[in-house]
Design a protein around this ligand. Structure first.
Ligand code: NCD
Ligand code: ZN
Ligand code: ZN
Ligand code: ZN
Length: 450
């Protein structure tokens, strides 16, 4: 038979470990992983000269914006920056304009994404106005519900414990996870009022509002409510040692919870915030060196399930203001996540196995993404070729994202994504996006019929 594509002379990261082999792709899927002589003939053959092939990253925390927020990012610019960073599936967050919180808004988003995306996209939805609509949203293809405890986004009254429990148990019936932004709304608002009354609009004041206590309080409340329903809760962007400890304690006791860490919480601390100011401003904010250490320890032990970027693009102007409450929190991270973490692998701080587990295998499991997340025969051909030895300097002015800023600007990294394949198509080659908009697919979560 004639396969569509063969990559040879590669180091391939399979579930059984790294092997020196080649990979054959046909009809968008991995046909065979084998030594060169055992690979089929193919219409395209690529010698990748000893580079490493990794599963494409699945990033479950991405804000692709578009629609009325297209000035910050579009499905095209957001997924182009994903492709450049070796990310083959982005899971889009619902805090859009309009908010993704109904079959109508989800359908509109999917329709637009379909024509613009260069990698695969799946969708989170906020909770709808009525619980009845949850099943239709899942049928429509949402992979999870997203709950912001920091402010009301979507139809659910976040201050009402009973309403939250009802929403959790409906999600549980459909076996759909609930992703949680854990910062307690009341704590944030009370402390912010105090700060405003004291006339404060500085970075320190921001840290006082978005404190580890606000995070811990929301985590504890979520755990308490989740226990009543045993719904799978996925904690987004865990940043503090105390918050992490609360999660790991319950996880140890067998509660169905998973959690996620972000590169900037693993690699930067509040010291960097003070130095680099508002470019580094994000929610939850950068924490102390002790917090960073706790995250690293847990990450290395495999206790943190997922690595995500929380790619949150804003314009340069939106990132700059003397008055901190006018600065938009968020860091564009899709293009830097993999090189930053590969650098850690190269420096011996992290194994490639832990990195792959957290950035492709586990996200696929948690969000029920079928046949993706590892280099396995029969799975979709979503992978990234990396040159583990190539060193380069991060330059945010070259990002494919519309958000051309980064707290990692100027960092020297070692390990570069050189080619990204999505559904067997080469979408990024040597930093250039060569795919047409619309090459990526809309990926649905677990099938559910009411
Ligand atoms: C995110 C955004 O800009 O949408 N900002 C952020 O600071 N992380 C929202 C969020 O993830 O909480
Ligand atoms: Zn074919
Ligand atoms: Zn968040
Ligand atoms: Zn986010």
């Amino acid at each position: 038979m004639l396969a569509d594509l063969v990559l040879y002379n590669a180091k391939i990261y399979t579930p059984e470990g790294m092997i020196e082999a080649g990979v054959a792709v046909d009809d968008g899927r991995i046909l065979k992983i084998a030594k060169k002589t055992n690979l089929p003939q193919a219409s395209t053959r690529l010698n990748i000269r000893g580079q490493t092939v990794l599963p494409g990253l699945i990033d479950p925390h991405v804000h692709l914006r578009d629609q009325q927020l297209a000035y910050k990012e579009t499905f095209f610019s957001g997924t182009a920056t994903a492709a450049a960073g070796g990310v083959t599936l982005t899971i889009d967050m619902p805090n859009n304009k309009p908010v993704t919180m109904s079959t109508k808004s989800l359908k509109e988003r999917m329709k637009l994404a379909e024509t613009r995306t260069v990698v695969n996209i799946a969708f989170h939805s906020a909770f709808p106005e009525t619980l009845e609509e949850m099943s239709q949203i899942v049928e429509q293809g949402a992979v999870a519900f997203k709950l912001y405890l920091s402010q009301k986004i979507g139809g659910l009254d976040i201050d009402d414990d009973d309403a939250v429990v009802r929403a959790f148990s409906r999600a549980r019936e459909m076996k759909v996870p609930v992703a949680v932004h854990a910062e307690d709304r009341e704590t944030l608002e009370n402390v912010k009022t105090e700060m405003l009354q004291a006339g404060r609009g500085d970075l320190e004041a921001y840290l006082k509002v978005h404190s580890p206590e606000a995070e811990l309080k929301a985590i504890q409340r979520t755990i308490k409510l989740a226990k009543k329903t045993s719904t799978h809760i996925h904690f987004c962007h865990v940043s503090s040692a105390e918050g992490l400890k609360a999660i790991l304690t319950e996880k140890n006791r067998g509660l169905a919870i998973t959690c996620e860490a972000l590169p900037h919480h693993l690699l930067l601390s509040s010291k960097d915030l003070k130095r680099w100011k508002t470019v580094t401003l994000t929610d939850p904010p950068l924490r102390t060196e002790e917090d960073v250490k706790a995250l690293w320890t847990a990450f290395k032990q495999g206790l943190i399930d997922v690595l995500a970027s929380d790619h949150a693009p804003h314009t340069v102007e939106e990132k700059e203001s003397e008055f901190i409450w006018n600065v938009k929190p968020g860091i564009p991270g899709l293009e830097t996540m993999l090189p930053l973490l590969l650098t850690q692998v190269n420096e011996g701080r992290l194994t490639l196995a832990s990195l792959i587990r957290a950035s492709s295998k586990k996200p696929a499991e948690i969000f029920h993404i079928k046949d993706r997340g590892s280099l396995t025969e029969g799975f979709y051909a979503d992978f990234v070729v990396v040159d583990m030895k190539q060193k380069y300097r991060i330059d945010s002015s070259k990002f494919h994202s519309k958000a051309k800023h980064s707290p990692f600007d100027g960092w020297m990294v070692k390990g570069k994504p050189t080619k990204t394949f999505v559904n067997g198509h080469l979408v990024m080659d040597d930093g250039e996006i060569i795919a047409k908009p619309g090459t990526g697919q809309i990926i649905h979560g677990r099938q559910y019929k009411s």
